[in-house]
Design a protein around this ligand. Structure first.
Ligand SMILES: C[S@@+](CC[C@H](N)C(=O)[O-])C[C@H]1O[C@@H](n2cnc3c(N)ncnc32)[C@H](O)[C@@H]1O
Length: 302
């Protein structure tokens, strides 16, 4: 499935890319936002990060990359290392930072285990292949409390549902080790009685939450995001902006908590009069259903 970049116009509107500016795209992916930034003003330089080497290699095949290659520096690095990585390049401050969290549709094929629909894929879920622990290792070895915490903290499974899920995982692995996506789907079906739920979209939501919880744990996503936000603020020039696109409530909470903690040094720019943050327009939703959970948080360093 080809990835479609989300909230492109909004990012460009808020970022206010200027001539000779230095920008960070913390999540390069297919490079949609990077190319936009490079196209909007003269002599812009983008420092782009991605933990997934395949995404970087695919981006380098794009003709747009070839047009701008001397204005892009790409790091196969976790964005949590933004400050050190830039400092090593003698870049102390930048004019803007963006991060489009999560994974791209292109990664559904190249990173096994992300989707509950790819039943025969391995339960891996690592964006960064140098990470040691895969999703199946967690399912096969984590204790009762750890599993319970993973599903509670990263996907809000509480009480009975949480317990049933954990018990079903432990029961499954007492006979056979988790290996494939279909093993986890089978456990979800039996633990949460999903076959009984008529609505396809409600079933989808439950599977997605289970898979999301493991993905967040495997990739240490929340800790990386927290460190990234703090260090991005340090490398941002005064009066410059940071744009973060979130896709789920756990990410939103972390961004909102960061904004609250730093309220004296930040101005919020993407909050509407009803208190909600900017979301994709109806036009964008019509073209790209995957954008439906996106939310844009834009802050300016003051
Ligand atoms: C939603 S995609 C970005 C899509 C991109 N904005 C575009 O327009 O094509 C997110 C990308 O961020 C990468 N990524 C996720 N977490 C990361 C992290 N902690 N550090 C660096 N890259 C990360 C993923 O590998 C993926 O390629």
């Amino acid at each position: 499935m080809k990835h479609i970049s989300v909230l492109k116009d909004e990012i460009i509107h808020f970022l206010q890319v200027k001539d000779n500016g230095l920008y960070v795209d913390a999540t390069l992916g297919g490079g949609g936002h990077t190319i936009d930034m490079l196209s909007k003003a003269k002599n812009v330089h983008v420092y782009a990060f991605d933990v997934d080497v395949n995404s970087i290699n695919e981006f380098k095949e794009r003709s747009e990359y070839k047009n701008f290659s001397n204005q892009i520096t790409i790091f196969n690095e976790n964005f949590s290392n933004i400050k050190n990585t830039l400092h090593q390049q003698n870049i102390m401050y930048v004019d803007g930072v963006i991060a489009d969290l999560g994974w791209s549709s292109d990664q559904l094929e190249s990173i096994p285990g992300l989707s509950y629909q790819q039943l025969d894929q391995d339960l891996d879920m690592r964006f960064d292949k140098s990470l040691f622990v895969q999703a199946k290792d967690i399912l096969n070895t984590a204790g009762k409390d750890e599993l319970s915490q993973i599903f509670y903290l990263y996907a809000d499974f509480r009480g009975n549902e949480n317990q049933k899920l954990v018990d079903a995982i432990r029961k499954f692995r007492s006979n056979k080790l988790f290996a494939k996506v279909k093993d986890l789907v089978q456990v979800c079906d039996s633990a949460l009685n999903l076959k009984r739920i008529q609505s396809k979209s409600r079933r989808h939501t439950v599977y997605s939450r289970v898979f999301q919880a493991l993905r967040v744990r495997v990739n240490n996503e929340y800790e990386n995001l927290k460190r990234f936000l703090v260090d991005s603020l340090e490398v941002l020039k005064i009066n410059s902006r940071m744009c973060i696109i979130t896709f789920q409530s756990g990410e939103e909470k972390i961004v909102l908590d960061f904004i609250k903690r730093n309220q004296n040094s930040l101005k919020i720019l993407s909050q509407c009069s009803d208190g909600n943050f900017v979301r994709p327009s109806i036009e964008e939703l019509t073209k790209n259903l995957r954008s439906r959970s996106a939310k844009l948080f834009v802050v300016e360093k003051v």
